[in-house]
Design a protein around this ligand. Structure first.
Ligand code: URP
Ligand code: ZN
Ligand code: ZN
Length: 455
């Protein structure tokens, strides 16, 4: 039997460990893993002396969303292409619920923005931001339709997106009852607004006051409060973009007391600290939650290493320098969000695996396997296994390049990671059997991304 594609001779990160094997693909699925030396194939990718990974899944992106008075700069077309250049083959994005819009209508709108544009597969989390209790009745139908992840904000009151705490328990209970789970952006809004007002009154507009206003204490407080309610309800809670040691301690304390809590962090909280706000153009690094102190970075790394943190998403929400620079660097006006969808795997490989902090298997767990399991898409994605989608990344672990704006592929004309050293380079990103990127060249000839649900 012939194969459509064989990835030959690489060291593959399999569920059973790292093995030198060939991977045979038929159509869009992995058809065989083993010695396929004499098997014919329409296309072969030579992975000799290379590493082979399952396609990476980014659980947290924002393609084309409104923030303050502008929109994040990547749409699904540019953002998914950029993602593929970093080995990501699936993104999980979020709905944007307009005032008065039902959850289903917001979901359909977001799917409409992605379908026919995204080069890679995509899933969608359902944000609940408008009149939350009014839309509770939609939740069981959405879960049944394959959308099991919902998200709320405990902040962004000024943008009309905050879930008031009294609504937290009923929403959590309804979602849990329906078989879904709740993701939470945890920052205590009262703390954030008080600190922000204090700095505004004092005339403090410099970027560092973003970190001073959106404090680690605000994160920890909201994590503790959300986790207490989740414990009372007996529901799973997923903390998005955890950024601080205090927030981590609050989440782990809850876990120790039996709360089912899944923790996500992001590359920016592992690779950067708040000192970037003091740089020229420091306002460009304004993202929420704020970047923290080195002590926080160190605590998060330990948790990534020892398994306390479950997933790493990017919170990709890019703005161009023109968008970022429009407000003279004022911390409270600059649109919040940074690019990163292309950098997650290359930089975590470089600063995690190549520097000896993470095993290959742990990296795959954080960026693919755990994400697929948590979001219920492991029947399609998350490992190199026969029968799953042929999402495959081939990586050359030799050589070094320096990250710069010029070698990025998204719409942002800058990168928060400029100057960092990438150890290794991408040989190929293969999505459902099709080569999207090979040796630095885009080979995705047609739009191929599809909606991924739990079914
Ligand atoms: O600043 C950020 N990260 N913007 C995107 C929205 C969010 O809170 O994740
Ligand atoms: Zn957020
Ligand atoms: Zn986000």
């Amino acid at each position: 039997m012939t194969y459509d594609l064989i990835v030959h001779g690489g060291r593959a990160v399999l569920p059973a460990g790292v093995r030198q094997v060939d991977i045979g693909v038929r159509g869009s699925k992995i058809a065989a893993i083993g010695d396929l030396t004499n098997e014919p194939a329409a296309t072969t990718v030579d992975a000799t002396a290379k590493l082979v990974f399952p396609g990476f899944i980014d659980p947290h992106t924002h393609m084309g969303i409104p923030i303050k008075d502008t929109w994040s700069a990547d749409d699904f077309a540019s953002g998914s292409r950029s993602a593929a250049f970093g080995g990501t083959t699936t993104i999980l994005d979020f709905t944007v619920q307009a005032p008065g819009q039902s959850l289903r209508a917001a979901l359909d709108e977001r799917i409409g923005r992605a379908q026919g544009k995204s080069h890679i597969d995509f899933g969608v989390h359902v944000n609940i931001t408008d009149q939350p209790l009014k839309w509770l009745h939609e939740i069981p139908t959405l879960v049944e339709a394959g959308f099991n992840s919902f998200k709320v904000f405990t902040t962004y009151k000024e943008a009309g997106m905050m879930l008031p705490w009294p609504s937290f328990a009923p929403i959590l209970a309804e979602i849990d009852e329906a078989g879904g789970f709740l993701m939470v952006h945890a920052e205590e809004d009262d703390i954030v607004t008080t600190l922000t007002a204090r700095h505004q009154t004092a005339g403090h507009t410099a970027p560092i006051f973003h970190a001073r206003s959106r404090s680690a204490e605000a994160e920890a407080h909201a994590v503790e409060r959300a986790a207490t309610i989740a414990g009372d309800v007996g529901a799973r809670l997923y903390i998005v973009h955890l950024s601080s040691k205090a927030g981590l301690e609050a989440a782990l304390h809850a876990r120790t007391h039996g709360v089912d809590i899944v923790i996500e962090t992001c590359p920016q909280y592992l690779l950067l600290n708040e000192s970037v706000y003091l740089k020229p153009n420091g306002h460009r690094w304004i993202t929420t939650p704020a970047l923290r102190m080195q002590e926080d970075v160190n605590a998060l790394w330990l948790a990534v290493e020892n398994g306390d943190i479950d997933t790493i998403g990017t919170d990709h929400c890019p703005f161009t320098t023109a968008q970022k620079d429009r407000y003279d660097g004022a911390f409270d006006q600059t649109p919040n969000g940074i690019p990163g969808v292309e950098n997650r795997f290359p930089l975590l490989y470089s600063y995690g695996v190549a520097s000896g902090r993470l095993s290959l298997t742990r990296l795959v767990d954080l960026l693919s396997t755990n994400v697929a399991r948590v979001f219920g898409i492991d029947h399609r994605k998350g490992s190199l296994s026969v029968g799953l989608d042929a999402d495959i990344v081939v990586w050359d672990p030799t050589g070094e390049t320096v990250v710069s704006a010029e070698n990025q592929h998204g719409n942002a004309d800058w990168t928060p990671y400029a100057g960092m050293v990438q150890r290794g380079s991408l040989v190929a990103t293969i999505q459902r059997g099709r080569i999207l990127v090979q040796n630095g060249q885009w080979r995705g000839d047609a739009i191929f991304g599809d909606l991924i649900t739990t079914q």
